[in-house]
Design a protein around this ligand. Structure first.
Ligand SMILES: Nc1ncnc2c1ncn2[C@@H]1O[C@H](COP(=O)(O)OP(=O)(O)OP(=O)(O)O)[C@@H](O)[C@H]1O
Ligand SMILES: [Mg+2]
Length: 252
């Protein structure tokens, strides 16, 4: 097969396996000081099973991009397809089911339910999803992040890093096809952070999970297949050319 043909074949295969597709996504919000253009024409495709690091200055729109990918924020313009669904065509119930079935999310501010213990925070979403051994799986998830001794603590009784690990356990116990995490190691010491990163990448390896990891940590970004750089509400670099260069060098 000629090189041109093989490139065409491989790009078709990749196009068939796109799990996240943001097409000219804009988000404009009104603040007290007037309207703010937060996302200004974001185009991004992520392949199934790909591990993508998202970097960029504070305020560049990383967390907002994650919110639109998860269907938690509707764009002002543009189209978002995730796991084969056009998020614009789903109503709020449809979006909630879509997230339950396909997406695990770790928020920058954790979003744990303060009146539930760590165990309940992890188990209840599984129960909603109809998992029969939700509490056993939640316990194992918390043990995996080193919190086996804190399962009956409420978020207010957990340190910042412990809350972050609880949020991570909640996101990955359901083994979602797409895991979105906003600075998953931001509050952790180096050793605990390394444990968490290993967990995420092991899960990705085992289940073919797609990872989109927002991070200020260069070591974490370097472990990903590519690094997407946001600046001022746009993709400044989608990381594809440096990825191709790495693949080329590895093949030499
Ligand atoms: N609800 C809102 N109303 C108005 N402006 C907002 C709103 N939410 C976010 N912004 C603004 O949008 C911009 C992007 O915010 P975002 O949280 O996505 O940044 P970020 O890249 O995640 O930054 P960081 O690295 O600090 O977490 C910021 O300038 C922020 O002030
Ligand atoms: Mg952020």
């Amino acid at each position: 097969m000629s090189k041109v043909q093989s490139d065409a074949t491989s790009s078709k295969t990749i196009a068939d396996q796109i799990i996240v597709d943001l097409d000219d996504v804009h988000l404009r919000l009104d603040s007290g000081a007037g309207p703010v253009n937060i996302l200004r024409g974001v185009n991004l495709q992520v392949g199934r099973g790909e591990r993508v690091g998202v970097v960029g200055p504070s305020g560049s729109g990383k967390s907002t991009m994650m919110m639109v990918m998860a269907g938690l924020e509707r764009p002002s313009a543009g189209r978002i397809r995730v796991a084969g669904r056009d998020l614009g065509s789903l109503n709020e119930d449809g979006l909630a089911r879509f997230r339950r079935d396909h997406v695990g999310i770790v928020f920058q501010a954790f979003h744990l339910v303060p009146t539930m213990t760590a165990l309940e925070n992890v188990a209840i979403p599984l129960e909603f999803a109809g998992v029969s051994d939700a509490f056993d799986r939640a316990r194992l998830g918390l043990e995996a992040v080193g919190l086996g001794h804190r399962i009956h603590h409420y978020p207010g009784q957990l340190s910042g890093g412990e809350q972050q690990r609880t949020a991570l356990a909640r996101a990955f116990v359901a083994e979602p096809a797409l895991l979105l995490a906003d600075e998953p190691t931001g509050n952790l010491d180096i050793d605990t952070g390394a444990t968490i990163v290993k967990l995420l990448f092991d899960l990705a390896e085992r289940r073919g999970t797609t990872l989109v990891l927002i991070t200020h940590d260069p070591a974490l970004a370097a472990r990903c297949d590519r690094t997407v750089r946001l600046a001022d509400g746009r993709i400044a670099d989608d990381g594809q050319s440096s990825r191709r260069e790495r693949v080329r060098l590895a093949g030499e």
